[in-house]
Design a protein around this ligand. Structure first.
Ligand code: 5GP
Length: 211
């Protein structure tokens, strides 16, 4: 019997390294499925349709909302972002742990719809490290770095609504920690209801043998 996988929501400030940690996780462990979101924002150089995002028009996105094709969606910096529901449901049924890498508004909506979903927030070891990482990319102007830091400050107000935090000090260690955390979800009693019932039935049968 295959256990249904866990729905994992990962959020974190821009520049915290979610993508790098997930890459390390997927390279070193099986059993994960990454949910590719739909978005109305145009692709950045190097982004591939169907791999990084499903790039769709605003009309198509609004149709997806009307047809209830999205598990959640949010409007973020003038664009829509959303999670296609069917991929997530199918992979969970197949026993994969499905990871949604989404912002806080969408994450909290997922939790309302799927109370079993596990919300994880990735943090930098300190605010100074985040600033250095953002500046160190070399691609951002000081104004952009400042804007991102301000946004991080605002987002940090939601932290208490997450189930877990993980700190990205070292990419590979953080990936291992994330893996342990997700695997542990499989041991939750509510994830093992049919096994618990089976053991209870067996115990009853044996205990009452010969009564
Ligand atoms: P970016 O445009 O930089 O790729 O993403 C902007 C933000 O949108 C990031 O915080 C990212 O995690 C979030 N995001 C990506 N896909 C989704 C989604 O399907 N739903 C929601 N709510 N946020 C998403």
């Amino acid at each position: 019997m295959k256990t249904r996988g866990s729905l994992i929501v990962l959020s974190g400030f821009a520049g915290v390294g979610k993508g790098t940690v997930l890459k390390s996780l997927f390279e070193t462990h099986d059993g994960y499925a990454y949910s590719v979101s739909a978005t109305t924002r145009p692709p950045r150089p190097g982004e591939v349709d169907g791999t990084h995002y499903f790039f769709v028009t605003r009309e198509r996105f609004e149709e997806m909302i009307r047809q209830d094709e999205l598990l959640e969606y949010a409007s973020y910096v003038d664009n829509y972002y959303g999670t296609p529901r069917s991929y997530v449901d199918n992979r969970l049924d197949e026993g994969f742990d499905v990871i949604l890498e989404i912002e806080t508004q969408g994450a909290l909506n997922v939790k309302k719809k799927v109370p079993d979903a596990v919300l994880i927030y990735m943090l930098p070891p300190s605010a100074q490290v985040l600033k250095e990482r953002l500046s160190g990319r070399g691609t951002e102007t000081p104004e952009v770095v400042k804007k991102r830091m301000r946004r991080a400050m605002e987002e940090s107000a939601c932290l208490d609504q997450y189930d877990y935090i993980i700190v990205n000090e070292d990419v590979d260690e953080c990936a291992q920690e994330l893996n342990s955390l997700i695997r542990a979800q499989r041991l939750r009693t509510q994830s093992n209801q049919s096994f618990i019932r089976k053991i209870q039935r067996e115990l009853k049968e044996i205990a009452e043998e010969g009564d």
